[in-house]
Structure formats: structure tokens, C-alpha cells
Design a protein. Sequence first.
Length: 218
Amino acid sequence: MTRAMLFKELRETMWIALAGVAVHVYCVLGLVGFDLLTLQVVRRGQTPFVSDNSLSTFALVATCVAVVLGLRQTVTEASRGTWLFLLQRPVSRRRLLTLKLGVGLILCLMTSAFPILLYGWWAATPGTHPNPFEWSMTLWSWQGCLSITGVYLAAFLSGIRPARWFGTRLAPLVGAGMLLVLIQFVPHWWAFGLGALVLIDAWLAATILVVAQTRDFS
């Protein structure tokens, strides 16, 4: 049963991750100066991950993927009336939600990490650009990659909450988004900001499980 539910989640959500990867590839091609019309690479003087717009580009695409994924796993189930079918399976609600969240988090992290590794691999290859490069230059991008987990959980919570869309339903997504932006500027992020991110993610995950246990899906 667990394997069948896992395949169901992957079948219904994999396309979102693949679409995100495709957009990321397009963005990376633009960052390296690859012209799709002439199929040539135009050398640029920008330092990868430092003086270009890679951070904001990757963050925007990853945020869109996380929001769409979180809402797809919740709102679509409600609109199709499949929550009752899923909850009647011989699996507890907690296990069902944990499986959904696990699939979503893994897809979000993989999609967010892909462009960083791809662009970093290009930047670390000798002869591709005239500027020095160290993998430590990617730390800000990895911060954004990890923070996407909070965006996904907030979108999932907004989708599963029994509230009105024009009311407070999107409050978790808006509130968590503001907090995640603020913690990006915490000094010594890997010592303090990461801890704050873990707390935010834990709170969102716990709230999701509480809402799932108490909500009437009929």
C-alpha cells in the first residue's frame, strides 16, 4: 500500500519537478552566455554566483515550483474529492501525510539543488570564464535551496487548511515567506539562520499534521 501511494505521488507531481528543472536549465544557459539562436557561447565578465543574478533567478524558479507542488498535493485532492478515498485506505493519516510531505520535500530539494550544481560545475571548469571561482561562492545559493523547504511546507499548509481563499487561507504562505526572507540576512547564517529555518519547518510540519488529524474532509 505504501509503495502504491508513493508511486501515485510521484506520478502526479514529478512533472512539476521536471518542468522546474527545464526552466532552471534555460536559466543556466542564459547565465553562461549560451545563445539558443546561434548555438554559441558568448563570454561574460561576471563572476558566477557573485556578480550575476543567479541567486534571484534560482530562488524565483524554486519558489514557484515549491508553491505549485504544495498546492497540487492538497488543493487538487480536495477538488477531485480523493481525500476521502485516500483516508479510507489501511494507512493512518499521519503516515499518509508524512509520505506526501516526504515526496514533496525531496522533489523541492532536488529541483533547487540541480541548477546550483550545474552552474557550479560550469564555473569550476577551466577556460569557461575569466574569473576565479571557489565552491564557497555558492553558499548564498545553498541557503536559498534549503529555505525552499519552508515555502513548500507553507504552501502545503495553505492548501490543506479549511479556510476561504479570500480570507486567511494563504496566511501561512505569506507569513512563512516573510520569515524566510528575513532569516536570510541573519549573521552567521549556517550557525543561527539554519537553526531558525529548522524551527520554522518543524512548526509548519507539526501544524500540517494537526490540521490533517482534526479536519473533516467529508
